[in-house]
Every structure is written in structure tokens, then in C-alpha cells.
Design a protein around this ligand. Structure first.
Ligand SMILES: *[C@@H]1O[C@H](CO)[C@@H](O)[C@H](O)[C@H]1NC(C)=O
Ligand SMILES: *[C@@H]1O[C@H](CO)[C@@H](O)[C@H](O)[C@H]1NC(C)=O
Ligand SMILES: *[C@@H]1O[C@H](CO)[C@@H](O)[C@H](O)[C@H]1NC(C)=O
Length: 184
């Protein structure tokens, strides 16, 4: 009888240990990661709310636990966000009859493609080689390229998307700026 009692207690403890550490680890991990994103955005970026909401909406930021990792992920997210906006923009090219708008749309597509290329081909590989100065410069060039697509004739097509995009990229430039300064 006593033996059975002990073993059922042991089983209960065993089950608790089995279930609980996983649960509490996951919870603490998520809090820590959440605060890394929030603190980094608040401490170092110009548009912290855009920075936080954009990074938190992307599953790639779930695994990050150091500032350099966060910075690396933020660059990837910037590239994805430019691509998303590019896809959004391309839908207007097909039916756009006004030659001036068509011209500006084409110019913007080129600027966005250049921005993606600067991040994917230059900034991220430089970052991986720990050349943070170069990564920062390339991110800033990407920001300039995307910001050059600001023709007023496209404003109503964009409906605020490009403003939010440029703000997020500016934040990522701020994060890479922070990374190059702490590694110097
Ligand atoms: C943000 O700033 C606070 C207060 O200065 C500091 O304690 C914290 O470590 C900083 N966090 C990051 C990720 O830079
Ligand atoms: C973020 O970057 C922009 C553009 O380079 C700069 O004007 C601004 O001062 C930076 N803000 C912070 C908080 O570093
Ligand atoms: C943009 O995303 C699409 C779909 O994920 C992908 O096929 C394409 O290669 C991307 N474009 C660039 C320039 O990265």
C-alpha cells in the first residue's frame, strides 16, 4: 500500500518535472527575447514603435537572444519588407495607363530592387564577415535608394506603405550603426 503511495507521488513529481520546465523555459525565453527587441528598438532607433511591431510580427525574431543576432534578423526583415512592398507596387504596373505614373512606378521598382540587392548581396555578407562598418554603409545606401521612391503621383497608390517602410529601414540602419559602434 505504502509502496504504491510513494510510487504515485514519484510519478506525479516526474510528470511535473516533465511538463513544467519546458513550459516555464519557453515562457521566460519569450519574455527575454521580447524585451531584447523592445529595449533595442527603444534605446537605439528613431521609430521604436514601427521597429517593435515589424520585428515582433516576423517569426525570425523569435529565436534571437543577442543584439548582433537581432541586428542580422532586422536586416533580413528589411529586405523582405521591401520585397513585399515591391509586390504590392507591381500590381499597379499592369493596368497603369498614365505614362507619368507608369514612369515613376518603373523607377520605384528599380530603386526597390537596388535596395534588396544592397542588403542581400552587400550588407548581410559584410555583417557575417563582421565588417560592421561596411554593413552599416550598405544598409544606409539601401535606405537612400528606397527613400528615392517618393514621387507624389504615387502617394495615393501607396497609401502610407512607403512611409512605414522607410521608417523601418531607418530603424535597421540605426541598429547596424549601434552594432558597428559597440564592436569598435
Ligand atoms: C537599453 O537601455 C537600458 C537603460 O539604459 C539598459 O539597461 C539596457 O541594457 C539597454 N538594452 C539594450 C538592448 O541596449
Ligand atoms: C537613426 O538614423 C537616422 C538616419 O541615419 C538618423 O538621422 C537618426 O539620428 C538615427 N537615430 C538614432 C536614435 O540613432
Ligand atoms: C521576392 O519574393 C519572392 C517571393 O518570395 C521571391 O520569389 C523573389 O525572388 C524575391 N525578390 C527578390 C528581389 O528578392
Amino acid at each position: 500500500m505504502a509502496k504504491h503511495y510513494v510510487s504515485s507521488v514519484q510519478i506525479s513529481i516526474f510528470l511535473l518535472l516533465l511538463v513544467n520546465p519546458d513550459f516555464s523555459l519557453a515562457k521566460n525565453g519569450a519574455d527575454r527575447i521580447g524585451s531584447l527587441v523592445r529595449e533595442s528598438c527603444k534605446n537605439w532607433t528613431q521609430f521604436p514603435n514601427i521597429c517593435i511591431s515589424t520585428l515582433e510580427a516576423d517569426s525570425r525574431s523569435i529565436g534571437v537572444n543577442t543584439f548582433p543576432n537581432l541586428c542580422r534578423v532586422a536586416m533580413e526583415v528589411a529586405s523582405t519588407r521591401i520585397n513585399d512592398t515591391l509586390t504590392f507596387l507591381s500590381q499597379f504596373q499592369v493596368n497603369q495607363k498614365d505614362p507619368t505614373t507608369q514612369f515613376h512606378l518603373k523607377a520605384c521598382v528599380r530603386k526597390y530592387l537596388a535596395g534588396i540587392s544592397l542588403i542581400e548581396v552587400n550588407a548581410i555578407p559584410a555583417f557575417d564577415e563582421k565588417d560592421f562598418e561596411e554593413a552599416y554603409n550598405d544598409m544606409d545606401l539601401a535606405r537612400q535608394s528606397v527613400a528615392e521612391c517618393d514621387d507624389s503621383s504615387l502617394k495615393k497608390l501607396f497609401n502610407g506603405r512607403e512611409t512605414e517602410l522607410i521608417q523601418f529601414i531607418t530603424d535597421v540602419v540605426n541598429l547596424t550603426d549601434r552594432q558597428r559602434r559597440i564592436s569598435n
